[in-house]
Design a protein around this ligand. Sequence first.
Ligand code: UTP
Length: 413
Amino acid sequence: MEEKYLEAKRTLQEYNQEHLLNFYENLTEEKKEELLREILSIDFKQLENLYKGINSTKITSGQKIEPIEYVDEAKLTEEQKQNYVQKGKEVLKSGKYAVITMAGGQGTRLGHNGPKGTFKLGINPDKSLFEILCDKLKKLQIEYNVITPWYIMTSKENNNDTVKFFEENNYFGYPKEAVKFFKQGEIPMIDKNGKILLTEEGLIKEAADGHGGIFEAMFKNNVVEDLKTKNIEWIFIGPIDNPLVQMTDELMIGYSVSEGVLATGKSIVKANPKEKVGVFCKRDGRPSVVEYTEISEEMAEETDENGELKFGESHINCNLFNIKAIEKIGNDKLPYHTAFKKATYIDTEGNTIKPTEPNCYKFESFIFDAFEKIDRMGILRGSRENEFAPVKNAEGVDSPETARELYKKYYNI
Ligand code: UTP
């Protein structure tokens, strides 16, 4: 351990992060070991570069951003719809379909005490977001007599609480063996001066590395291998915080199969040019998503010959992948984006700092940065009322209250 301590100290000196050992002596032997392990696994060079890049110009500079073609579900003929739905049903019935729910986020804006999926929406009967999603798989089980594997991505921070919640609720009556949890990666959080933060326990303050960490996590945790063993061909990857998420969308599956695409992204029409959402686009000719912070006001307002926004296909984090697309994406790290967030930590004197305003940087990769690796990707426009009831903020827009209303309206309850 002595050797590890010295090695950690040398590294910290090199990168000006010596404060991480300030409270080392107060830790138990076990925690000392944990802290050293954490320090020795940090990629300091990468963090240094990320910190340097925080205020650099946006990544779009020099890149060609163009509108992307899409198919509008509402404009399909009845015959087309029926054909797609029929094909989709066949896939669902064949058992070659799986669902992954991304539930590794911190849910800081919602401020719920516990994993976001354990949040109860307040419908009658009251159900957690996890149970609401599970109901969709149970429906499939009844309709098609098929048990769809359900993978849940958690993080180091919320994995134990998530698994416990499923155990306590008897997996909501879904077969336990069909549910698998896997943890995504973490990355340290830093303050405004580039210093890595410590938790109240005296360990490294880490946060989940964004939903883009999913592919690396799938490979590392043998999820890809498991999917292949089960002969799964299509995998829906979606969020935990949208109770209207269409995880078993027959039309989307059938469209993907019939059109021979390797992935399909579901879009909904951007509510107005100023709405703070990312939209599908072509980036240097490849499928991508451009964030609202990345495009100029002028681009955001551009319309086509039908008067529709040229950049109007909002990405709602509901995407379907063929297993071949996942293999193509592989486990390389996706680029990190920076977010300024609130985080409790201990300062260099050992005082606990509980911020009321954002105080530190978090680095996250985004799932859509992987789209450019997919040769054929379809964009399918769905309808907002049928697909989207986000639970993001504690109140106001995209809050439990708005989601509840949308949910009730959709299910007519
Ligand atoms: P958001 O980007 O809205 O983040 O996640 P969040 O963590 O839920 O909430 P805030 O930003 O801290 O308030 C969209 C979806 O991606 C998942 C979330 O769980 C949610 O389903 N996600 C996000 C992850 O699985 N891992 C991450 O690192 C980030």
